[in-house]
Design a protein around this ligand. Structure first.
Ligand code: NOJ
Length: 504
């Protein structure tokens, strides 16, 4: 027994020292990662793709029976909220120009294409009574052309563009949303599931719930922080589980595909080796949805439950703002993901903010953390995007260790600039992040795919067309809206051909 505790002590001490040294080394790096000699090649079954989203590329906002989404309403009613007062009414116009996107995809030789379906194009009112055959025909055309060109379709069911009709019912704060989403998912599986084998239910829930229902920066512009944003996350979690369970019960046997969810996350480092702050930060971000779905125990991270229950009591509330998940839901949610879709762009340093910052109540105040950057990290055009490739490697290892090495699909990763064709910074970013993925794979992380954001320059939400993430430039002012390959497109193509992180 004594010997046992001695060993335990050694293991704990080793883990502690190891984490400390990893944190210290990482602080030195800038936008590059070293190759590990002899291990530059990805496994033969690893695949590469690119990603887009319906509202950001399709245009045709009111054509062929499409209903309104909250992004149509938001950009039309509040042009002042978009940096260049633009919108997605036309944009790259992929609804009419899929052939041009396909030509780019073929040129890149991607293994798969992640795109999203516009829910109001298929079900204009959000419910199945309003089925729009023209919308279904459009996505059938996209899927069939991809497949006939050897490109696998990977579909996101909703990428921010909630049908306005459902938002009018309260959107993600009304539990009825779960039923609507389940029927929408059913429609997708039924119409496309014979050919689509990888489904992402939701894209970046934190990013539409907290600004959309908390701080009022995103549609549907609800200002109820610490309350409605928490309801939005809960509804998302339940709707995701409902769509997952539906697939397993009704479609898996005949269609045999996978269903997951895409969560955005940074990795967090501590300048003072404060592992509690790092853990708190990870649980409050990635953990909020990933813990209930992918951890062995299920449920929200313990630290969130503890804090928010106690804060709600202090605020004199009758019940906690983070509601307890009933056991039926806990079980439905736990394990409801065949893969974790990960959007990774950047990382931060973190420390506890005491006294807590942010308005009361809010996610910021509950989490009570402060974030910082390293002055050596190179910044993109986007103010939030710093190049921290080691963050991706460390994040993948964190997922491996915390979520039972679940399969991870990197569903987004990319760099913004002014749109130059000679985009050497994007190549540096891409190369370093591919190396980070490869290092993680070589360390036993179960990563199966890498998806670059984005195929083409597109509507970057509140930044309008002022920040460009594409491997292809789109001439938005010309009649034909040509897609022109940037240098990064040529680079990525060679990576895909060789499955190797080539130098240049
Ligand atoms: C993640 C979002 O999913 C995508 O829509 C957005 O364009 C990129 N981040 C870049 O900000």
């Amino acid at each position: 027994m004594k010997k046992y505790s001695y060993h335990l002590l050694l293991v704990v001490a080793f883990c502690f020292l190891h984490t400390r040294s990893v944190t210290a080394i990482n602080a030195q790096k800038i936008c590059e990662l070293k190759h590990k000699i002899g291990s530059e090649k990805f496994p033969s079954n690893f695949s590469f793709g690119v990603s887009t989203a319906a509202y950001q590329i399709e245009g045709a906002w009111n054509e062929d029976g499409k209903g309104l989404s909250i992004w149509d309403t938001f950009t039309h009613d509040h042009p002042e909220m978009i940096d260049d007062r633009s919108n997605g009414d036309i944009g790259p116009d992929s609804y009419h120009r899929f052939e041009q996107d396909l030509a780019a995809l073929k040129e890149l030789k991607v293994n798969f294409y992640r795109f999203s379906i516009s829910w109001p194009r298929i079900l204009p009112n959000g419910d199945i009574s309003s089925k729009n055959q023209k919308g279904i025909d459009y996505y059938n055309m996209v899927i069939n052309k991809l497949i006939s060109n050897g490109i696998e379709p990977m579909v996101t069911m909703i990428h921010y563009d909630l049908p306005q009709a459902l938002s009018d019912l309260g959107g993600f704060t009304n539990e009825i949303f779960i039923k609507y989403f389940r029927y929408y998912a059913d429609t997708l599986y039924e119409n496309f599931g014979d050919r689509v084998k990888v489904w992402v239910t939701f894209n970046e829930p934190f990013d539409y719930c907290v600004p959309g229902y908390g701080s009022c920066n995103f549609p549907p512009m609800v200002r109820a922080s610490g309350v409605a944003d928490y309801m939005c996350m809960e509804t998302t979690l339940k709707a995701h589980a409902a769509a997952y369970r539906l697939y397993k019960a009704k479609y898996f046997e005949t269609q045999g595909g996978k269903v997951g969810i895409t969560i955005s996350s940074r990795f967090l480092y501590s300048k003072t080796n404060d592992n509690d702050a790092v853990d708190r930060g990870m649980q409050y971000s990635l953990g909020w949805l990933a813990h209930p779905i992918f951890s062995l125990s299920g449920n929200y991270p313990y630290i969130m439950i503890e804090d928010i229950v106690s804060n709600s009591q202090k605020e004199g509330r009758a019940w906690p703002r983070l509601s307890a998940l009933k056991s039926w839901w806990l079980n439905a949610i736990k394990g409801s993901g065949d893969f974790l879709g990960l959007n990774y762009y950047s990382s931060r340093y973190v420390e506890e903010a005491l006294p807590p910052k942010g308005v009361v109540p809010s996610w910021d105040h509950d989490a009570h953390l402060k974030y910082d950057i390293d002055s050596k990290w190179r910044r993109a055009k986007s103010t939030w995007l710093y190049c921290v490739p080691e963050g991706l490697e460390d994040l993948l290892k964190w997922i491996r260790d915390n979520y039972n090495n679940v399969e991870v699909i990197i569903t987004e990763n990319g760099w913004s600039d002014e749109g130059t064709l000679d985009d050497s910074e994007r190549i540096d970013y891409l190369k370093a992040h591919l190396q980070a993925v490869l290092n993680a794979v070589n360390s036993g992380c179960n990563v199966s795919r890498y998806t670059h954001w984005s195929l083409i320059d597109n509507f970057e939400w509140q930044r309008g067309y002022t920040e460009k993430f594409g491997l292809y430039y789109v001439n938005l002012t010309s009649e034909n809206k040509e897609r022109i390959p940037k240098r990064s497109a040529i680079y990525y193509k060679r990576v895909i051909e060789t499955k190797t992180v080539i130098d240049n």
